[in-house]
Design a protein around this ligand. Structure first.
Ligand code: E4P
Length: 220
């Protein structure tokens, strides 16, 4: 299982990386824009903060395959291990096929349907990112979409991995993992919700109180 944070917020990464067993960080053009930093400088900073054993993902902006491939190579010059995110449309599929042939790892992004994601896997994308919350927000059923996509990959493209993305709630993320997804990327607020149940602190405080009532405060 691979766990990623879907953010370029350096402070949040510094806070959460020691706590969560993350494999790296995913970004998209909106996330990079929100950081206010130039993409190459940001990628350098992310790699420094995360460590060089962690994986970074960045998305191309070009709308044609030739431009996507050019951008992918520029990104790889800055971070040689970076995974290139390519929107799964006609031009994106051409780019994924070509980059795969050149040995460059890709993620098919902006996936709203199981068939669309499956085509990206057939084209050679290592990771496929269904947009869970966005599917639900437009009246779709993300659970069914993710289940179907996972099954298609299990049957026909076992070397590709569903990297489920776009979450608003921990429940949406859990449903993806229960559907068999082997990778997930969480926005900071959803990651924090997994570890912020007030009942936990209340339980720990009560243990402490009971112990102190019987034996006095702990001395170290
Ligand atoms: C991942 O590939 C996407 O860029 C991202 O998870 C989208 O998330 P959002 O719907 O929260 O913007």
């Amino acid at each position: 299982m691979e766990l990623y944070l879907d953010t370029a917020d350096i402070e949040a990464i510094k806070r959460l990386a020691p706590v969560l067993p993350i494999n790296g960080v995913t970004t998209n053009p909106s996330i990079v824009a929100k950081s206010g930093k130039a993409i190459f400088a940001l990628l350098d900073e992310l790699q420094d903060v995360l460590g060089y054993d962690k994986l970074l993902f960045a998305q191309v902006l070009a709308s044609d395959a030739k431009g996507m491939i050019k951008e992918a190579k520029q990104l790889r010059e800055v971070v040689p291990s970076i995974v290139i995110k390519i929107p799964v449309n006609a031009q994106g599929l051409i780019a994924i096929k070509e980059l795969t042939q050149q040995g460059i790892t890709t993620l098919g992004t902006a996936v709203y349907g199981a068939g669309q994601g499956f085509l990206a896997a057939l084209a050679g994308a290592k990771y496929i990112a269904p947009y869970v919350n966005r599917i639900d927000a437009q009246g779709g059923n993300s659970k069914d979409t993710v289940l179907e996509l996972q099954k298609l990959l299990d049957l026909h493209c076992p070397e590709s991995v569903v990297l489920a993305a776009s979450f608003r709630t921990p429940r949406q993320a859990l449903d993806c993992m229960l559907a068999g997804c082997k990778a997930i990327t969480l926005p900071v607020d959803v990651a924090e919700l997994f570890i912020s149940d007030p009942a936990v602190e209340a339980a720990v405080a009560k243990f402490d109180q009971d112990w102190c009532s019987a034996f006095g405060a702990l001395e170290y």
